[in-house]
Design a protein around this ligand. Sequence first.
Ligand code: HEC
Ligand code: HEC
Length: 616
Amino acid sequence: MCKRMTALLILTAIFSTDLGLLSAASSSSSLMQISADGEILVCTNRDSGTATVIDLKTGQKLREISLGLKPEGLTFVGQSHQCAACIYGDDKVVVFDADSGKLSHQIDVFDEPYGIVSNHDGSQLYVCLEYPSKIVVIDSKTGTVNRQFDCGKFPRGLALADDNQTLYVTEYLTGNVISYNVTTGKELNRWPGLSTDNLARQIVLHPTLDRAYMPHMRSKIDVAHGEGSIFPYVTIIDTKPTSDEKSRKRIPMDSFRGTLVTANPWECDLSPDGQKLYVVFGGTDDIFVCDVLDDNYRELVYSDYIRTGHNPRAVKVAPDGKHFYLYNALDFQVVEYSTQTNRPTKAIDVCEVPYSEEHRTGKILFYTALQPMTGRRWISCSSCHPDGDADGRTWQNPEGLRNTPSLAGVAWTHPLHWSADRDETQDFEHTIRGPLMQGRGLVQGRISEALGAPLSGRSPLLDALTVYNNSHKFPLSPYAKEGLSASARRGRSLFFSKKTGCAECHKPPFYADSNPIWPGKVHDVETGNADASELMGPKYDTPTLLGLYRTAPYLHHGKAATLRDVFVIHNPNDKHGVTSHLNDEEIDDLVEFLKALPYEDPVPAAKAAGLKKVER
Ligand code: HEC
Ligand code: HEC
């Protein structure tokens, strides 16, 4: 054999082992994954509670597996066809065989498992619990929880480096990135975001460069305006910082290609050779294909722009680099694209639409940053109410500071807004047409400025938006899984005592008092003076107390950082229930009770009491 030939063979050998390593090196949580051998794709379908397995050779759906309420993060277990998924709504992690569809383990965790990754040989799974802010380490063979450790706040994105030791975690509501040693649970490094960074769900590691890429947005709470409140970004982290200054760079995705604005970056993925980054935008229904540069300066440059189906939430590049796959959540489809042409080559239905067409239409409207909802493409309803949750923000609205509420159970707790000025979701037509969203709106023609004038029945689209908006259910509090603790029971007695008077306004089953009357009942509980910009106080709607445990900060102005502060700092004259007679332990008990709400499904009691839910 001639020398050149040998050299070539050695080179190819090095090259192919490298590739082999690359495709299996790091692991990043996503709702869609491709097996290391490139044979199958598996995705979780949040709304239908299932996972779908697709044969990538034939493009056929092989099977759909029922998993539970709101499956989210998914991973292959090492190089196998075993999968593990986080069932966010059922507080469990399930391990299943994608080839047979059989479940091998169901592992209970405390609350809200979201992201999951596997180590290289598949022996360990690392799961983040969002609200509890923990990493749980699971033995995948036995399905037992080995240990857990604390991690940041509201973690969602997870990526495990190829050393199988360093775990990168994104905080959902701050965009902070923190790395941990998975064996010791010790924090290794931290890349803090700006105070405006928000909704960071996912992070991926580059196969060869010391870089991690995190799609997210920014919420500029002092701008209640369509241009200037919500911005899309990809943040790039230097994973091996050499100095104390943790390098972190934000690439704006609304000026990446001229003036083309994209909204709500959801997930991203790198090609196996690390040369391309694909970023999906759930708000503007599109993707940027970016060239990855190793220049420490520009980092990403524009390569292509692709319009997609409805609400793309994930993208994955196949290990051979020939195709990438897109998950269009509200089309309930996976679409295959050629990486050569960036054109779609196949579309595969993953599940049935799990609700009415009207609900689906409403959900599409809620998630879109396009007309007729939004004029300037930056913002959708879901930018502040992602999946109906709060965004952890208090916005400076024209009428004063307003803490974003969760939309859980909102069908039962009308009227709407802290000031109870809206009697129906259809009134959000004013938000759509107003300065915040600047959309054309869903009703034909002019609408009355008066909020009391009914808009229900004026537009099928607006009614559909209402149906979706009113569909969110109250999740049960994780603090009451074993029933109320002794402390929470003492707190309950205090809450229902004549002396504190809490239940005069916060009446079970929803712990509110205005269901559904119009005009809404409002009360002055002396919280109206803390904000100089307030124009509507001092009377406010009695908010529901169900689900409070995860919705800090509190009160309409968001100035109470904890539940304790609501009484200890913001109730100096006993105008908000009587609490000055309570000692420290009693306040603790009251807080324990509030954290345990709801400890039972409030709906049967509501029906028995003749309360009516607003559906449209
Ligand atoms: C910029 C962030 C932002 C956007 C965009 C946004 N909201 Fe909100 N939403 C808020 C805040 C803050 C509040 C609390 C305001 C208040 O009570 O006065 C709120 C309150 C609500 C409420 C009342 C909940 C309750 O329990 O009283 C509903 C319903 C709602 N929004 C739906 C929508 C819909 C539908 C859209 C899109 C048309 C939308 N929001 C767009 C931030 C936002
Ligand atoms: C007179 C009616 C009334 C009474 C009595 C009352 N509340 Fe409230 N509660 C309200 C109103 C109105 C608000 C909203 C105030 C605001 O946001 O500024 C509120 C807000 C709250 C909040 C914050 C909720 C959130 O989502 O931010 C908590 C917690 C709370 N109340 C608990 C209690 C407890 C515990 C008691 C008894 C010690 C009590 N309340 C007594 C009317 C009442």
